[in-house]
Ligand binder design. Structure first.
Ligand SMILES: C[S@@+](CC[C@H](N)C(=O)[O-])C[C@H]1O[C@@H](n2cnc3c(N)ncnc32)[C@H](O)[C@@H]1O
Length: 209
C-alpha cells in the first residue's frame, strides 16, 4: 500500500487545497492546454480515444480542454477531495467517473480508457513509487499513454515552493520506454514557456502494442 506517503498527504491536505484554489481554468490557461492537446491528439488520428483517463487531474484544466477537442468520455483519478468536488460540480467529469486514490493503486479496471495520461503528476511521486504508478497507468490504458512532465537528463530532486522531497525530475519518457520496452514512441515535444504559456513541459505519446 502506498496510500499514505508523505507526498500523497501533501496533496490531500492544505498544500493540495491551496494549489486547487490557485489553479484557475482561465482563458489563457485553457488556450495553452488546447494548443498542447490539439498537437498530442493529432497523433492519435488513426484511433481517436473514446475514453480518456487523467491520473492526477486536479480541477481538470486538461480534461476541460480535451472535452472541447474530443467527444471522449472523461475519467479522472485525483487524491484531493476539494479538486474532485470541483471536477463534478463543473461538469468536467461525471460523478461516477471520478475516483479518489493514487497512481500507484488506480481503482479503474484494466483497459478502462483508450488514452491514459499524467500531466505534472509523475514529478510529484517519490521515485520509490514510480514503478507501481507506471504499472497502474499502463494497466488502465487500452491503447495510448501520454506523459507531460518536467524533464531532466538525470534524476534530480528540487525544492518545490519551499518544500523538500516534493518534486522529482527525470527523463520520464525514457523511464516509460525502459519499463515497458514494447511501447512505441509515437510523438514527443516541448512546450516552451516563452511561446506556449506552459511551464517548459516535455510531452511524450506512446502506443501499446
Ligand atoms: C501539479 S498538479 C497537476 C494537475 C493537472 N494534472 C494539470 O496538469 O493541471 C498535481 C496533481 O496530481 C495530484 N497527485 C499528487 N500525487 C498523486 C498521485 N500519487 N497519484 C495521483 N495524483 C496525484 C495532486 O493532487 C494534484 O491534483
Amino acid at each position: 500500500m502506498t496510500s499514505s506517503t508523505p507526498q500523497a498527504e501533501f496533496w490531500r491536505g492544505d498544500f493540495g487545497n491551496a494549489y486547487t484554489d490557485r489553479n484557475v481554468a482561465s482563458p489563457a490557461q485553457m488556450q495553452a492546454r488546447l494548443a498542447l492537446w490539439s498537437e498530442i491528439l493529432s497523433h492519435t488520428i488513426s484511433a481517436p480515444p473514446a475514453t480518456i483517463l487523467e491520473v492526477g487531474a486536479n480541477l481538470g484544466i486538461n480534461l476541460r480542454a480535451l472535452r472541447l477537442l474530443s467527444s471522449a468520455r472523461c475519467l479522472a483519478l485525483e487524491p484531493n477531495d476539494k479538486a474532485r468536488a470541483i471536477l463534478v460540480r463543473d461538469g468536467v467529469v461525471a460523478a461516477e467517473d471520478v475516483c479518489g486514490g493514487l497512481a500507484s493503486e488506480i481503482p479503474f479496471p484494466d483497459g478502462a480508457a483508450d488514452l491514459a495520461f499524467t500531466s505534472g503528476v509523475l514529478i510529484h511521486i517519490h521515485p520509490d513509487h514510480l514503478a507501481a504508478s507506471l504499472g497502474e497507468i499502463h494497466r488502465c490504458a487500452r491503447r495510448w499513454i501520454a506523459c507531460v512532465e518536467y524533464f531532466s537528463d538525470k534524476p534530480e530532486t528540487i525544492p518545490y515552493r519551499g518544500h523538500e522531497e516534493r518534486l522529482f525530475k527525470r527523463d520520464f519518457g525514457g523511464l516509460w520506454m525502459d519499463t515497458f520496452p514494447d511501447l512505441r514512441i509515437v510523438a514527443y515535444g516541448f512546450a516552451w514557456k516563452r511561446v506556449t504559456g506552459l511551464d517548459n513541459l516535455t510531452w511524450w505519446l506512446f502506443e501499446k502494442p
